[in-house]
Design a protein around this ligand. Structure first.
Ligand code: SF4
Length: 466
């Protein structure tokens, strides 16, 4: 491969996708590519796509439209579409003028080779197989090797210094009726703990201080080896022993019966396990939860939160909701509002229902809630949460919090207490509170103590504590 070749990577979607982007970036770097921020200068453009919402796919289509113009100036440019949308749409994406390579998430170990082939023959290339059903499948093995080879690198894809994502499982077995993930990422498969630990140790050697263990339903992590079973709680204990790692997070948790107390006890007993739980509820209406194929009621969900708070009293909890699921009435929505008021989330994410072709909800139900109602419910639910978040934020006034510094703040937030000297930095507490303060950019990736002097619903402002 010619060393002068450049690649531009654009990534959409969730943390799983960001992690894939980071692996692909490492593989491309090893193959001799240099990275560029400019599409105009790129010999190769890789777009890592997301299919979770219609809007995410629309953004990719619009991006492909922009690339058509870039292609006029760079006729030899190779465009590779990877990720969930590549898996879902396969050949039809290849029919798009500007696309040369289509590669599903299960085939990313082949990506460099596909790009090389596209360069050599000027022909279109595709690697999209059925999602891997069998852990013994050779593609599954290739994915594991790819992850092991590049999972400790990926500086290009790693947005934040001192932090890294580590996948502990792939896929999902839950088949929530609105969700495309089980179709494009396949069934749940847990990675061996030895491989995960090896990766974490290598990350720690590189200076990583916080790892986030990733899985679609991470609390159901279980790896069986003969008579022995390693659970998420066991894994947290093992990762906590890795020297250099100071904070461990895990996302996303599914609020099932299977939310074992041992995970909460691991959190309560280890100072390294962050006291933070991201546990989507999706709705507060039992009728809608049934239609979504979520296996709990609102009361069971709230009981789980109460249990978490009994075991870990200062735990911070975040939720996700979908508004406007087919058939959601005003009463159903009110039940969701009630749940948000009772849940005392630190933060919650609200999405408007968007039908995904191929999912059960799309096959069975018409997308019948008008967009203006979805929009209104979205705004209303966020306002309810904002009032809760504001109350919780005010409780931090005057306190000193430990923060892992991410880097310069992207938003031009004005710190009312210290507008001079150093630029604004942003970081997060172990409980995922965003903290803005003034300090030297060299603090990125390090832990500091910040005294909180001002608050807004989602941000704490402060000054570096002595
Ligand atoms: S738990 Fe449900 S929403 Fe989450 S990835 Fe699995 S099917 Fe999708």
């Amino acid at each position: 491969m010619n060393n002068a070749r450049t690649v531009h990577i654009k990534s959409f979607g969730c943390q799983m996708n960001k992690l894939d982007t980071s692996l692909v970036a490492s593989a491309l770097r090893e193959a001799g590519f240099a990275f560029t921020e400019s599409v105009k200068e790129a010999d190769v453009v890789v777009i890592n796509t997301c299919s979770v919402r219609e809007h995410a796919e629309a953004r990719v289509v619009s991006h492909l439209g922009h690339l058509k113009h870039a292609r006029k100036h760079r006729p030899d440019m190779i465009v590779a579409v990877i990720g969930c949308m590549a898996q879902r749409l396969g050949e039809s994406l290849l029919a798009h003028d500007v696309v040369n390579v289509v590669c599903g998430p299960g085939q990313i170990p082949q990506l460099v080779h596909l790009i090389e082939e596209a360069f050599a023959s000027n022909a279109k290339r595709m690697a999209v197989a059925d999602v891997i059903r069998d852990p013994e499948d050779s593609s599954s093995d290739a994915l594991e090797q790819f992850e092991s080879a590049y999972g400790h690198e990926g500086e290009e894809g790693r947005a934040l210094r001192g932090q890294a994502f580590v996948r502990v499982m792939r896929g999902c077995d839950n088949f929530c009726t609105y969700c495309i993930v089980p179709y494009v990422r396949g069934p749940e498969q847990c990675r061996p703990p030895a491989r995960i630990l090896d990766q974490v140790r290598r990350l720690a050697d590189e200076g990583i201080r916080q790892v986030t263990l990733l899985g679609q339903t991470v609390n159901s992590y279980q790896y069986r080896n003969g008579q022995k079973t390693c659970s998420l709680a066991d894994l947290l204990g093992m990762v906590a022993e890795v020297e250099g790692i100071e904070w461990i997070r895990f996302v996303t948790s599914y609020p099932s019966e299977e939310f074992y107390d041992d995970i909460l006890h691991a959190m309560a007993s280890s100072p390294k396990v962050c006291r933070y739980l991201h546990m989507p509820a999706q709705s507060g209406s039992d009728r809608i939860l049934r239609a979504m194929n979520r296996h709990y009621t609102a009361a069971q969900y709230l009981e789980l939160l109460a249990r978490a708070r009994r075991i870990v009293p200062d735990i911070a909890i975040a939720g996700d909701f979908i508004v406007g699921f087919p058939g959601e009435t005003d009463e159903d929505f009110q039940a969701t509002v009630d749940l948000v008021q009772q849940a005392r989330y630190r933060n919650c994410f609200v999405f408007k229902y968007s039908p995904r072709p191929g999912t059960t909800a799309d096959k069975r139900h018409r997308d019948c809630v008008p967009d203006e109602i979805k929009q209104r419910r979205n705004v209303e639910l966020l306002a309810v949460q904002e009032a809760v978040s504001e109350r919780l934020s005010r409780g931090f006034l005057g306190r000193i919090v430990r923060v892992l510094v991410e880097g310069p703040s992207k938003k031009a937030n004005v710190n009312p207490t210290d507008a001079h000297s150093h630029p604004q930095l942003v970081g997060r507490t172990a409980t995922d509170c965003i903290v803005v303060f003034n300090g030297s950019p060299s603090l990125a990736g390090r832990f500091v103590d910040v005294r909180i002097t001002e608050t807004s619903p989602l941000t704490l402002f402060g000054v570096l504590a002595e």
